[in-house]
Ligand binder design. Structure first.
Ligand SMILES: *Cc1c(COP(=O)(O)O)cnc(C)c1O
Length: 373
């Protein structure tokens, strides 16, 4: 039986193969007589799960050896505090504000950093465009510059990470990649730290991934909670305290699933993240094309910075919103209601959403428009 297509922004759909595998291992993981949730995090069974998950992520995202991978708790929001606690060195920090999430991040950083400089903002456009990096004004001596590389609520995405050195800044780049991690490759030569909650693209809520360049850690502020001190977490291989064991296991299954994905044939075949990127581009083109080509729906974001993961769209007649959502639910198209701060609709089409799911949504968009014409 075909499960409904779930367009939730997060916690979001998980590949069905992964859910089935987790279900089949729920009571007895690999003949151990235990489910993963019941295992000691220090036992050999869980250590092997942890090591496979870490190696899986490192290989998928081509994380260089000088970066540590940390499996933490607290979500993206906690990282808004944990990053300045670890990296600000009580100096100034820079932010580029491109939507709700980076806005939240810079507010939180004010509690810990000596100064927060807004190096650029997309607010004047209502966050429908990204400020051109050439226009940014990074401050001298900032401890880091933070961006949200995919704004989940506003639907804007950096298709290329900024090269801060080319902008005359020595600051390491911090990216919040919660909502597009593993949807495309990462250019680590431009990144100092990347963090993301798992519940959009990697697995269940409760696991937070941090990938950080070694030389940036070890200078946490004295007030930093020990459990959130990147150096302590790294030295203890994410086992300073009990890590989110179930989330790590599930993310490990998702990494295996991602590694198995392929697109194209013969010499043109690509696998893993390259395959996901190709598929995600095709999905996004299909959906934006249908929205742009219609008389009923529209999207406000400038085409060159539209998110491939989160597609907010509106009905020209807002009075039809409830009927649209009810019809969608009837067809097994779930969780399309937009974020309360933006309104309208939002289709989140993360890695776990197949092209067929986007096609089903596009078919429904056309059908609904026809019945209202
Ligand atoms: C969902 C999300 C967060 C918040 O994550 P929590 O786990 O709820 O703290 C932060 N940043 C971005 C870009 C997100 O999409």
């Amino acid at each position: 039986m075909q499960r409904p297509y779930n367009f939730s922004a997060g916690p979001a759909a998980i590949p069905e193969d992964v859910l089935r595998q987790a279900a089949s291992e729920m009571l007895d993981w690999h003949g151990s007589g235990m489910g993963v949730m019941e295992m000691s995090h220090r036992g050999k069974e869980f250590i092997s799960i942890y090591e496979a998950a870490e190696a899986g992520l490192r290989s998928l995202l081509a994380v260089p050896p000088e970066f540590k991978i940390l499996f933490m708790q607290g979500g993206g929001l906690a990282e808004n505090a944990i990053v300045p606690l670890n990296l600000s060195r009580a100096a100034g920090v820079d932010f580029v504000v491109t939507g709700s999430w980076s806005q939240k991040s810079q507010k939180e950083a004010r509690k810990y950093a000596a100064e927060v400089n807004i190096a650029a903002s997309g607010e004047a456009s209502g966050f429908t465009t990204l400020p051109d990096p050439a226009s940014w004004t990074p401050s001298v001596g900032a401890s880091y510059l933070h961006i949200c590389s995919n704004e989940t609520i506003n639907g804007v995405e950096f298709h290329e990470l900024p090269d801060l050195k080319a902008l005359g800044s020595d600051a390491p780049l911090v990216i919040d990649f919660s909502s597009h991690v593993a949807s495309r490759p990462v250019d680590w030569s431009r990144v100092g730290l990347a963090f993301g909650g798992a519940q959009k693209n990697l697995g269940p809520a409760g696991l937070t991934i941090v990938v950080v360049r070694e030389d940036l850690i070890g200078q946490a502020l004295p007030a930093c909670p020990s459990a959130f001190d990147y150096q302590l977490v790294a030295d203890n291989r994410s086992m300073y305290n009990t890590p989110p064991t179930w989330g790590i296991y599930m993310a490990g299954l998702v990494f295996d699933w991602l590694a198995r994905q392929s697109e194209g044939e013969g010499a043109g075949e690509v696998r893993g993240i390259a395959a996901m990127e190709r598929r995600n581009i095709a999905k996004a083109e299909l959906l934006y094309g249908a929205v742009d080509g219609s008389g009923l729906y529209y999207n406000k974001v400038a085409p060159n910075c539209r998110s491939r993961m989160n597609v907010p769209f509106f009905l020209r007649d807002e009075a039809l919103n409830d009927a649209f959502l009810a019809g969608a639910r009837e067809r097994g198209l779930l969780q399309l209601k937009g974020h309360k701060s933006v309104g309208g609709m939002r289709a989140s089409i993360y890695n776990a959403m197949p092209l067929a799911g986007v096609q089903a949504l596009v078919d429904y968009l056309r059908e609904f428009e026809k019945t209202r014409a």
